[in-house]
Design a protein around this ligand. Structure first.
Ligand code: IMP
Length: 450
């Protein structure tokens, strides 16, 4: 609880901005949350991988196999869906909290895949015994609901919405339940009956709900990983170890605070981190919000700062903006400071990590949205109603580009002055200090306090 809050890496000197001397920056937080501040895909995987070098435990607090966290280690590109991004750091304990919905087969396939690539997570991985299980019937319902919907969400098809619906509807089956076969058979039977009725209503084949035997077979390898995550984290913190809580998706996809109904079905924001791993909010002393230097969105729903077609394609190619889970092309747009400032408030950010700055290296000028105009009136608040977000016309300010490669920068002073000015403007508009900047896919391509 004594952790120093991150301070900005930049300070004003004369007409420009220079790096703050590294000794002035300390990152001593005991328990840090890393949360996405846009529509997901902000680069949380890389940020967590970098920060995980300095912590002992990394735990995911929500979401499931819908997430796709990409990490580059050496020449290898590794996409993690459920296993926390800290797994690539040897010796770190990696946990999936109770707030996660667990796709058991995909999870073990991911663990086995890491082992085959020589990155054996072995006994380092634990799954909360309170986490809800995603069954085949949840995936069948996800697909059937999307097929039948007039207004499609564009989900990842991983059964996430129906699994959280089961949880809130008190008909879910948790890891601990699945470990008790007789108890589990009853719960799974009820779940399948519910799913069959719902599939019929949606005009889909109820046979897609699967069988009780098939669902129970998922329990086979769970005893090796099931644990009380809240207890583990509380003990780690009490012993002076450092913990990182890893979010998935982003603030604009949060079921309460995002562009509802075009959202995922969990709370992605930092407030959910304590609930999602089973500790109290007072244990958290630092929240790093991850923003891409521009904005992207995959799936349906409004994106107010969307580029026109030519820029969209250019940035998608430069930034390799294709969904890590579904391969779908991401829509791209200018940096949206309305959303980022809103995210700073909702998440209580103590610092920002800006990723993919290098993707903007060739642009002559850059725009930042500072407000939304809806029917004549410009506002700087992220609207609650999706219709207002759909109608929102961004108010932009324009900054000069730097037209210089930034991929080799390792300190703020290595960046071109215009890049520093762009970052500083983001910091001002968002209202939280920049604590890290990523300038490439590699672990080493980062500017941060050391
Ligand atoms: P679901 O989480 O599969 O139900 O999908 C709901 C919405 O969230 C869709 O727009 C998805 O594209 C989006 N989404 C879910 N997970 C991610 C993610 O990890 N990155 C980006 N978008 C996501």
């Amino acid at each position: 609880m004594t952790g120093a809050r991150p301070v900005s890496l930049l300070e004003r000197r004369g007409p420009g901005y220079v790096a703050v001397p590294m000794k002035a920056i300390r990152e001593e937080a005991a328990c840090t949350v890393v949360a996405g501040c846009q529509w997901g895909d902000e680069g949380k995987g890389k940020v967590v991988d970098v920060l995980a070098g300095g912590v002992d435990v990394v735990a995911r607090y929500q979401g499931g196999a819908n997430a796709g966290h990409t990490v580059h280690v050496g020449d290898r590109r590794i996409v993690l869906h459920q296993v926390p991004s800290g797994v690539l750091r040897p010796g770190k304990r990696c946990l999936l909290g109770n707030g996660v919905v667990l796709d058991v087969n995909r999870f073990f396939a991911e663990v086995d895949g890491l082992a085959e690539r020589g990155l054996d997570p072995g006994g380092r991985i634990g799954v909360s015994d309170r986490a809800h299980v995603v069954f085949p019937y949840h995936k069948a319902l996800d697909a059937a609901a999307e097929e039948a919907a007039r207004r499609k969400i564009g989900t990842t098809g991983r059964g996430i919405g129906p699994a959280y619906e089961s949880k809130a509807g008190r008909r879910g089956v948790r890891v601990a339940d699945l470990l008790d076969r007789a108890h589990a058979a009853e719960g799974v039977g009820r779940g399948i009956a519910w799913a069959r009725a719902r599939l019929r209503e949606l005009g889909a084949d109820p046979g897609r709900a699967g069988t009780v035997a098939g669902a129970l077979a998922l329990a086979r390898r769970l005893p090796s990983v099931a644990t009380d995550v809240g207890d583990e984290i509380a003990r780690a913190l009490a012993a002076g170890r450092r913990v990182l809580l890893e979010g998935a998706q982003g603030t604009a996809l949060d079921v309460d605070h995002g562009s509802y109904p075009y959202v995922t079905s969990s709370n992605t924001t930092a407030g959910a981190a304590a609930v999602g791993v089973g500790i109290g909010p007072t244990a958290i002393d630092s929240v790093i919000g991850v923003v891409k230097a521009y904005t992207t969105r995959v799936g349906n729903g409004p994106l107010p700062t969307a580029f026109g077609p030519a820029m969209d394609e250019r940035i998608r190619e430069l930034g390799a903006e294709f969904g890590a889970t579904t391969g779908r092309p991401r829509r791209c747009g200018w940096f949206d400071a309305v959303l980022a400032a809103y995210s700073a408030r909702v998440n209580g950010l103590t610092g920002i990590a800006v990723t993919k700055l290098d993707v903007l290296d060739t642009l002559a000028e850059l725009k930042i949205a500072t407000g939304y105009r809806t029917g004549g009136e410009a506002r700087s608040l992220f609207p609650a109603c999706v219709r207002d977000l759909e109608r929102a016309e961004p108010v932009y300010e324009t900054l000069p580009g730097w037209r210089t490669p930034t991929t080799g920068a390792r300190s703020m002073n290595d960046l071109p002055a215009n890049a520093r000015a762009y970052l500083h403007r983001i910091e001002e508009l968002v209202g939280a200090p920049i604590a890290m900047v990523s300038v490439g896919t590699r672990r080493s391509q980062v500017i941060r306090a050391r």
